[in-house]
Design a protein around this ligand. Structure first.
Ligand code: NAD
Ligand code: 0WE
Length: 272
């Protein structure tokens, strides 16, 4: 793996949020960053996940594993204070989290999109990117070797098109993608690039218990140009690219890693 990717992130320091299991997209990204030579730090959402993230981190040679629940007042600032104790700068920040109350991810959009569901989805899934970017600035926007730093987040097609049951998460991902563009414009002059990967559906914890998810995976595999679903390894490699000097001219971009599904207009079989 290491030889396949070469050492194009050797010596780069990356903070990866959103690892909850070995199926997490953030874990696919962490493995690809590690394979390309990056040095990693991780965050975990709560004590229940701590040991698991510590074990996964150890597999990448990382012992920097810090708590982060973005809804807890002060935790974002505390995270970067602790990180600054270990690292004098940060090259890469991966934002890989989303949450909406489960009841809002089924049935009628109009009925389920309550004020509380909206606020929660927006806070965890969109605002947290901006809050993390702001708190990371002292470590990312200044200091040694400043220049070509990268922020990366994860989005989904439901930001732009209607996906049944994605509901309140659609406007949250739309806000996230817009924030990518505003952050790119604001932080570009400091050498920080800001991009998103819009991934195709992948069976992770965040997908478990979503009604009809298996059928959606089958639908994508049947109709995507590549006739299959994507893997966390594929998202990981695209993430490593976007966070590296290979992508030094790319910012404000939403890159689809979805086996091409998003280009389809009509998914009915060809006539004739
Ligand atoms: P996952 O369950 O493995 O990861 C979601 C992460 O969000 C978890 O690590 C969880 O701890 C974290 N999180 C939730 N609330 C949080 C909070 N308050 N503070 C800090 N962290 C919090 O699932 P995943 O599919 O890997 O999701 C990662 C990202 O990928 C999300 O942004 C998701 O929208 C996006 N995405 C997923 C898919 C898919 O089909 N799985 C497709 C496209 C995009
Ligand atoms: O962004 C997501 C899922 C995010 C998510 C998942 C959960 C499940 C557990 C946010 N909040 C919660 N809340 C919970 O209680 N994805 C891109 C994966 C996903 O979720 C869907 C999808 C896809 C794809 C929901 C409906 C339809 C499609």
């Amino acid at each position: 793996m290491s030889s396949e990717l070469g050492g194009f992130l050797r010596g780069r320091r990356a903070l990866v949020t959103g690892v909850a299991s070995p199926r997490s997209i953030a874990w696919g990204i962490a493995q690809a960053l590690h394979a390309a030579g990056a040095e990693l730090a991780f965050t975990y959402q709560n004590e229940k996940l701590r040991t698991r993230v510590e074990q996964l981190a150890a597999g990448t040679g990382s012992e920097l594993v810090l708590p982060l629940d973005v809804t807890e007042e002060g935790q974002i600032e505390a995270l970067f204070e602790r990180l600054a104790g270990a690292w004098d700068h940060l090259d890469i920040l991966v934002h890989s989290m989303a949450f909406a109350p489960r009841e809002a991810l089924e049935g009628s959009f109009t009925a389920g999109c309550t004020r509380q569901a909206w606020h929660t989805a927006q806070e965890v899934s969109a605002y947290s990117l901006v809050a993390l970017a702001r708190a990371a600035l002292p470590l990312m926007g200044e200091g040694p070797e400043a220049g070509d730093r990268a922020l990366l987040t994860l989005s989904y097609l439901g930001a732009e098109r209607v996906v049944p049951n994605y509901n309140v998460m659609g406007p949250a991902k739309a806000a996230l993608e817009s924030a990518v563009r505003y952050l790119a414009a604001d932080l570009g002059p400091r050498g920080i690039r800001v991009n998103a990967i819009s991934a195709g559906p992948i069976r992770t914890l965040a997908a478990s218990g979503i009604g009809g998810f298996r059928q959606m995976l089958e639908h994508v595999a049947a109709h995507a140009p590549l006739r299959r679903n994507v893997t966390i390894e594929e998202v990981g490699r695209a993430a490593a690219f976007l966070c590296s000097g290979l992508a030094s001219g790319i910012t404000g971009e939403i890159l689809y890693v979805d086996a091409g599904y998003h280009v389809m207009g009509v998914t009915a079989p060809a006539a004739g």
